[in-house]
Design a protein around this ligand. Sequence first.
Ligand SMILES: *[C@@H]1O[C@H](CO)[C@@H](O)[C@H](O)[C@H]1NC(C)=O
Ligand SMILES: *[C@@H]1O[C@H](CO)[C@@H](O)[C@H](O)[C@H]1NC(C)=O
Ligand SMILES: *[C@@H]1O[C@H](CO)[C@@H](O)[C@H](O)[C@H]1NC(C)=O
Ligand SMILES: *[C@@H]1O[C@H](CO)[C@@H](O)[C@H](O)[C@H]1NC(C)=O
Length: 271
Amino acid sequence: MCCSVAPPLVTLSPVIFFLLLADTSVMQEELWEDYKYGRQGLGMNCTWKCILFTMQWPGGFCESLYNETLCRIPETVNNWTIHGLWPLHALDCCGCWHMFHSDIQDLEAELTEYWPSLLKTKSPFQFWKEEWRKHGSCAACVEGFNSPLKYFQICLKLRHQFDIHRLLEAAGISPSCERPYKVAEVQRVLSPHLGDRYEIQCVKDHMDRQVWFQLKVRLHRNLTLGCDHHDGDPVVESGPGPRPSSGHPCPPDAPFFYFPINHQQPQRPCG
Ligand SMILES: *[C@@H]1O[C@H](CO)[C@@H](O)[C@H](O)[C@H]1NC(C)=O
Ligand SMILES: *[C@@H]1O[C@H](CO)[C@@H](O)[C@H](O)[C@H]1NC(C)=O
Ligand SMILES: *[C@@H]1O[C@H](CO)[C@@H](O)[C@H](O)[C@H]1NC(C)=O
Ligand SMILES: *[C@@H]1O[C@H](CO)[C@@H](O)[C@H](O)[C@H]1NC(C)=O
């Protein structure tokens, strides 16, 4: 045979495939850089205006799980804990932005206390990482939020700012197995500190009682209270799973319970 034959397509395609792959990874890298440094290139939109800071009460949290036996409250947890900080209507989420343990190493002790995983099946780091991927990376197009460290620092700062337990205790509202409370009573105490855009959330327990388990506070990007970008309240519930109920606003006309934390029997705090 005199002439070389053009190589059959089949031998060429892996090369093309490789080139395509390389291209894609460059894109991913650019995307990631863009998030990391907060540049607004690549036609990104930083759409979110309001952010929801959600805290949970371990005395009621287990009731929000469909499978309560998965609940665990570490001995060190005796207070309101962080569930998450969720930008509303964010589009610029980037699952490509990995979070490493070293990113939050300096905050770990504090996070362990204020942002524990209350699920046997999830380590604290898994929980944080998931919240970063699902929510933190979506917030990261705003400068103050543009790294895992900054995001978690803001969360801790907010948790310290909203010292719910202390505010309520000072007004005589303490966790109790017997004494139910009214939404209006709690609002009287919290509204001066949380503005008028917050939600006191309950779940129904096995005895059909309303049980307080969560508190959602709306903030502006600059972390001031009361964001009311009127665009409906989307379901952003992303609980720590498995399948937590999203809860509902505690009904204003029915009493609800603010149960004590019970480490031995987290799912039946009052027996
Ligand atoms: C940015 O927003 C505009 C208008 O809403 C939309 O057309 C465009 O697709 C968005 N770009 C990206 C990258 O999401
Ligand atoms: C609940 O979780 C336990 C593990 O703690 C498991 O054995 C059980 O099957 C689960 N129940 C349901 C209804 O999923
Ligand atoms: C919860 O935190 C508040 C203020 O940070 C504190 O006063 C209170 O003692 C804590 N509760 C418990 C049970 O540690
Ligand atoms: C925070 O942002 C809101 C909404 O953009 C604005 O109305 C308010 O003045 C800002 N507050 C501060 C202290 O910057």
